[in-house]
Design a binder for this molecule. Structure first.
Ligand SMILES: Nc1ncnc2c1ncn2[C@@H]1O[C@H](COP(=O)(O)OP(=O)(O)OP(=O)(O)O)[C@@H](O)[C@H]1O
Length: 467
C-alpha cells in the first residue's frame, strides 16, 4: 500500500548524466574519489586521478568493503531546469520544512566544522542560533536536477525514524543548504571496518532495522539505488538512519527504471543489463548482509569490470569455508536476496518475515530462546524446546518437526552458540507457518546436526583476511 504519493517519476533514460566532482582532492582516497560517477565518467576520472593524490589503498579492508565506483542517477527528472528556485521546482515541499530565500542560513544557524564530504559538496556541523541545537548542514552546488531530486525525495520521506529528517532548506545564488538531523554515531561502514564480523543476533537486528526503512521507501514509491553501509548513518543511541538520496528515484507502481546507478560492489545484475525495479535495493541489502555476517563482500575483483563480471556470473557457494559457521537460515536469506532472477528475489516484506529475522528479533522467539537454554541445561531434549508458542498447532497439523536433534552439551558455552543450533531448527519450524508453499520448498532443511560454530567464534585475524 502506498501511503503518500506526491506524483512520481520513472525514467526511461539512455543518456548518463554528466556529473563531475568539484575536485578530486576533496576525497582522501581513490575509492572515495570515484564515488557517484557514471561508468563513463568513472573511466575518465580514473585516468585523471591515476597519478595524483586520489590514489588510495585500493586493496585495503575498507576500500574493498566500500565498493569501487558509483554512477549517478540517470534519466530525465520531472523537475524543471536547474538553477531556478528550488521551492518552485518542488511543488510538494512540506510547510514543515522552512525554506529560506530571504533568510540566510547564517541568520539562523552557526556553521561549524566539516563532518563529511559528498560528491556535490560538504557536510558541516551547525548549531541553531535560537537554542543551540546541533544539526548537519549539507551544502550542494546548484545546477543539477539530481540535487533537486535529492531534496524532494528527502522531503517526501521525512518523518520516518529511519530516514534522516530534513529540518530546513536555504538557498543562495550558488548553493542549497540542507539542514538535517545530526547523526552523531558515524557511518555503518566505519563500525563494520572497526568491528569486523557481526554475530548473527546483532546482524539480524541491524538488518531488520535497515529492511524496515527500505520497505518504507518502497511503499512510498522510492527506490534508493545506493544502499551501502557508507550511506547508513547512526545516531548516538545506535539507531540506523538511511541517508544520501542523491541517486534515489520515485516510481509509480509497475514502472521500471533504467540507467547505471549504484556502487560497484553493491549494484544488482539487472542494473548492468537493462530495466530494473525497487528489487535492486534488496540485492544491495543482500550484499550488505553478506558483509555483516562474514566480513567480506560477495563479489570482488581487481577492477570494476571484474566486479561486474562477478555480479553477473559468479555462483556463490554457501556450503563451505566460513559459511559452515553461519546458520542455514541466514544463508538461505542471503541466497534469496542475491538471486539474479528478479521475479524470484524476495521483497522487503518477505525479508522481514523470513524465519532468520524473526528468530533473532521477535520478542516471543527471543524469550523462547532464553527459556530453551535454561531448560536445555536441565537436560530436556532439544527437540521439545524448539517449538515456538503459536506454532504448535501448525506443527502438530503437519506432524512434521524438522528439528535438529541436539544434545544438551551443545548449548553449554554461550548464548550465541545456543542460538546457532536453535535458529536452524526453529526457523525451519517457523517456515512451515510463515512461508508460502513454493518458497518453503527452497528452504534448506537440516539433515544432520549443525556444527556448533557461531559467527562469534571468528577472530580478528579472519576479519582482516576477509576484508
Ligand atoms: N545527517 C548527517 N549527520 C551526520 N553526518 C552526516 C549527515 N549527512 C551526511 N553526513 C556525513 O557526510 C557524508 C557525505 O554525505 P552524503 O553521503 O549525504 O553526501 P553525498 O554527496 O551524497 O556523498 P557520497 O559521495 O558519499 O554519495 C556522509 O558520509 C556522512 O559522513
Amino acid at each position: 500500500m502506498r501511503k503518500k504519493r506526491k506524483g512520481s517519476e520513472a525514467d526511461a533514460c539512455s543518456n548518463f548524466l554528466e556529473i563531475l566532482p568539484p575536485t578530486c582532492e576533496s576525497r582522501s582516497s581513490f575509492s572515495s574519489c570515484k564515488l557517484h560517477f557514471s561508468f563513463e565518467d568513472y573511466a575518465r576520472l580514473k585516468k585523471r586521478c591515476k597519478d595524483d593524490a586520489c590514489a588510495g589503498p585500493v586493496g585495503s579492508c575498507k576500500s574493498r568493503l566500500a565498493g569501487i565506483a558509483t554512477a549517478p542517477a540517470c534519466g530525465s527528472s520531472s523537475l524543471v531546469s536547474a538553477g531556478r528556485g528550488l521551492k518552485r521546482k518542488i511543488g510538494c515541499i512540506d510547510v514543515a520544512t522552512r525554506m529560506g530565500r530571504k533568510n540566510k542560513i547564517g541568520d539562523n544557524y552557526v556553521l561549524d566544522s566539516t563532518i563529511g564530504q559528498g560528491k556535490f559538496g560538504s557536510v558541516r556541523l551547525c548549531r541553531s542560533r535560537v537554542n543551540g541545537a546541533e544539526f548537519a548542514c549539507k551544502t550542494l552546488l546548484k545546477g543539477e536536477d539530481i540535487v533537486h531530486r535529492e531534496v524532494e525525495i528527502m522531503q517526501h520521506l521525512s518523518g520516518h525514524p529511519g530516514v534522516v529528517t530534513l529540518q530546513a532548506v536555504y538557498e543562495d545564488a550558488k548553493n542549497f543548504h540542507l539542514v538535517m538531523e545530526l547523526c552523531s554515531g558515524g557511518r555503518l561502514i566505519d563500525q563494520m571496518v572497526k568491528e569486523g564480523q557481526y554475530s548473527e543476533r546483532r546482524a539480524a537486528n541491524i538488518f531488520k532495522e535497515l529492511m524496515l526503512i527500505i520497505k518504507y521507501c518502497h511503499e512510498m514509491g522510492v527506490v534508493h539505488r545506493d544502499i551501502k553501509p557508507e550511506n547508513i548513518l547512526l545516531t548516538t543511541s545506535g539507531k540506523l538512519k538511511l541517508a544520501d538520496f542523491g541517486l534515489a528515484m520515485r516510481v509509480a507502481n509497475g514502472q521500471s527504471l533504467s540507467g547505471l546507478a549504484g556502487s560497484t560492489a553493491y549494484v544488482a545484475p539487472e542494473v548492468l543489463s537493462g530495466n530494473y525495479s525497487e528489487k535492486v535495493d534488496i540485492w544491495s541489502a543482500g550484499v550488505l548482509l553478506h558483509a555483516l555476517l562474514v566480513g567480506f563482500l560477495p563479489f570482488q575483483g581487481d577492477s570494476s569490470e571484474a566486479v561486474f563480471e562477478a555480479i553477473k556470473n559468479v555462483k556463490l557457494n554457501f556450503h563451505t569455508g566460513i559459511w559452515e559457521s553461519i546458520s542455514k537460515p541466514a544463508r538461505d536469506l542471503i541466497e534469496r536476496m542475491l538471486t539474479r532472477d528478479v521475479s524470484v528475489r524476495i521483497t522487503a516484506d518477505e525479508v522481514l518475515s523470513h524465519p532468520w529475522i524473526l528468530f533473532y528479533t521477535e520478542r516471543t522467539l527471543k524469550t523462547l530462546s532464553i527459556k530453551s537454554k535454561s531448560k536445555n541445561e536441565l537436560g530436556v531434549p532439544f527437540r521439545q524446546l524448539a517449538i515456538a508458542p503459536g506454532l504448535e498447532s501448525d506443527t502438530k497439523r503437519t506432524g512434521n518437526y524438522p528439528l535438529v536433534e541436539g544434545s544438551s552439551e551443545t548449548s553449554s558455552n554461550s548464548e550465541e552458540q545456543d542460538d546457532c543450533a536453535l535458529v536452524d531448527a526453529l526457523t525451519v519450524a517457523i517456515s512451515h507457518v510463515r512461508i508460502s508453499e513454493p518458497k518453503r520448498s527452497r528452504l534448506c532443511v537440516p539433515t544432520s546436526p549443525i556444527p556448533q560454530q557461531c559467527s562469534s567464534n571468528m577472530n580478528a585475524n579472519n576479519l582482516c583476511k576477509a576484508f
